[in-house]
Design a protein around this ligand. Structure first.
Ligand code: IMP
Ligand code: MG
Length: 177
């Protein structure tokens, strides 16, 4: 896709290499027992499929839809579940798979919601982290890349539903539309 507003920040090769490392690390951290991956729709589904295959262990997967009431570059801070999980978390080792931690509002809310479902453990894997933007305290246990405070698209991340299918993660310089 040739788009003058896109500048590659993290190449597809770097993304895939880092995901292989994360998959190995997570496999080592959970040597036994079941591991349940909870993918936050829609942005994290590209990361989920590559991360799950980078783990040399059995995993189960489920999907959760979260809306932060916003179509543009920042969310309003109001979070709501738009699609709930199909599988119970009770007693499970749960790893939330998220595309990016920005303000932390979404994951802060989600951690509270999921903790009430009594998992055995609950951790976060986020492909990207923008620590400068944090409004709520969130510690992601596994982070692919820490990035500066720039709006990025690609590899699952969108701007108004566009650009999710880019292989690279790109800075969106001048948003169209
Ligand atoms: P938070 O609640 O502010 O941490 O926002 C998390 C959600 O905002 C992510 O799951 C993304 O969907 C979206 N988001 C935050 N930063 C970006 C970005 O740079 N590009 C695309 N989406 C983003
Ligand atoms: Mg989004």
């Amino acid at each position: 896709m040739v788009d003058p507003n896109l500048r590659v920040l993290i190449s597809a090769e770097k993304i895939q290499a880092r995901i292989r490392e994360l998959g190995q690390q997570i496999s080592e951290d959970y040597p036994t027992g079941k591991l349940h991956l909870v993918c936050i729709l829609k942005g994290a589904c590209f990361f989920l499929t590559d991360l799950a295959r980078a783990m040399k262990r059995d995993v189960s997967v489920d999907f959760m839809g979260i809306s932060t009431y916003g179509k543009g570059k920042s969310s309003s801070g109001e979070v709501r579940v738009t699609k709930d999980l199909d599988i119970s978390l009770e007693g499970a080792d749960v790893l939330i798979v998220e595309d990016i931690v920005d303000s932390g509002v979404t994951l802060n809310y989600l951690m509270h919601v999921l903790e009430q479902r009594k998992p055995h453990s609950l951790r976060i894997a986020a492909l990207l982290d923008k620590p400068e933007r944090r409004l709520r305290p969130i510690h992601a246990n596994y982070v692919g890349f820490r990035i500066p405070d720039r709006f990025v698209v690609g590899y699952g991340l969108d701007y108004a539903e566009r650009y999710r299918n880019l292989d690279d993660i790109c800075v969106l310089e001048e948003p169209a539309g």
